[in-house]
Ligand binder design. Sequence first.
Ligand SMILES: Nc1ncnc2c1ncn2[C@@H]1O[C@H](COP(=O)(O)OP(=O)(O)OP(=O)(O)O)[C@@H](O)[C@H]1O
Ligand SMILES: Cc1ncc(COP(=O)(O)O)c(N)n1
Length: 267
Amino acid sequence: MRTALSIAGSDSSGGAGVQADLKTMTMNGVFAMSAITALTAQNTTGVTGILEADPEFLKKQIDAVFEDIRPDAVKIGMVSSSGLIKTIAERLQHYKAENIVVDPVMVATSGSRLLEEDAVDTLKKELLPIATVITPNIPEAEILCGMEIHTEEDMVAAAKAIYEDLGCAVLLKGGHNINDANDLLYTKEEVSWFKGKRINNPNTHGTGCTLSSAIAANLAKGFDLKISVQRAKDYISRALADMLDLGAGSGPMNHAFDLKDEWKEEA
Ligand SMILES: Nc1ncnc2c1ncn2[C@@H]1O[C@H](COP(=O)(O)OP(=O)(O)OP(=O)(O)O)[C@@H](O)[C@H]1O
Ligand SMILES: Cc1ncc(COP(=O)(O)O)c(N)n1
């Protein structure tokens, strides 16, 4: 069985973070492991507390995984602070990790900050350049490239600027657009659009975590980046279409939908 590691924060409400990652990876047919960067006390309406892991303890978790069950792919979500980012980058390079998907989580859907402001530079310098693909949403991409994004042309220009600056493939997610949910993949070879029909579901807590974990799971199974993104997009559309409605805020998605063997196939 192929394996994947989530390096991310814990979401006590189960909709985002490590909890979303493990559900998504399992549904996509890989064995899921975790190294937790922070505990959050969180629900659909907001984050009430964050307890960061000590970088030395995060290193222990990553070492414990790599020295026994080497992951075929790694997804990185909430990284919180510079010390944790440096530890992750150093360890992944040490183990020559492959198929690294970084979701540069900065602010939760509910509005709470999940990455310290002064850690953005460390993220750009140390972690994003070693990624196979990064998956910013529009506000995150604006921070990474310093330009405003209003149109699909702006999305292409922003993805190009980020690619040229950091050297990693960029999946710029359009979930924050008003009309469509079209995502743009910018790689060395080509620019591809992944068109999605906007599903009228206000419960989008954890969509970014889910998409990036599904990409990692499919890379782990041997699919190339474009096919992995398409499969991940199909997965998230299916999960959103289930219309689970829990909690008073933007709720989580259901992952326990009809298990279909097609989600689990390997390349
Ligand atoms: N209402 C929707 N209908 C269909 N697809 C959606 C919808 N909202 C988001 N998506 C898709 O979900 C994925 C995540 O996109 P989004 O831009 O919401 O990321 P995000 O903001 O990082 O997510 P998060 O809510 O975890 O912060 C993308 O593939 C996006 O196109
Ligand atoms: C631990 C953790 N990681 C990531 C997110 C981002 O997800 P969202 O933007 O959907 O709130 C989150 N809320 N909590």
